[in-house]
Write a protein that binds this ligand. Sequence first.
Ligand SMILES: [Zn+2]
Ligand SMILES: [Zn+2]
Ligand SMILES: [Zn+2]
Length: 173
Amino acid sequence: MPKAKIARERPAVFPAPDHDHSRCSADAMAVAEALCEERGERLTPIRRKVLAALLGSHKALGAYEIIERLVPGNGDNPRSRLAPITAYRALEFLREHGLVHRIESRNAFVACVHNHAAGDLVVFLICERCGGVGEASSADVAATLASAARAAGFTPKSPVIEISGICTHCRAA
Ligand SMILES: [Zn+2]
Ligand SMILES: [Zn+2]
Ligand SMILES: [Zn+2]
């Protein structure tokens, strides 16, 4: 079942460099809002800011890069920075709800712009040139992994696959 009941086009795995990213990030924010409302959770200003920082691009950002991108809002002390623990808590919330993924091999986070279910197998395609992260999903891969795990008597939790390489736009360049 999809995360939230919002009709969206399925975004490309690697959106073209000239795609309408403001629309893409606004759609993802709308999904996040709808999902929090559905689940009776609050998308607090901090959680929203952290998600917005990640939605600024389709690249993975480390926690400190996220903090650096957070511009203090109106009424905030311009020199106040988000405490790392606060950023991690917000990231934890966003991850729990499937709005953000952690890229283990980079120790970084990426906003999920795909409306997939929390337990779905996700294959992260990480571009070594531009840092873009694409999410590919394949029911065949999921089935193969599930049967391999079953044959080993193994119960997998949330299967995540990370593959480094060159994205379609960097290859064309
Ligand atoms: Zn985009
Ligand atoms: Zn995702
Ligand atoms: Zn690339």
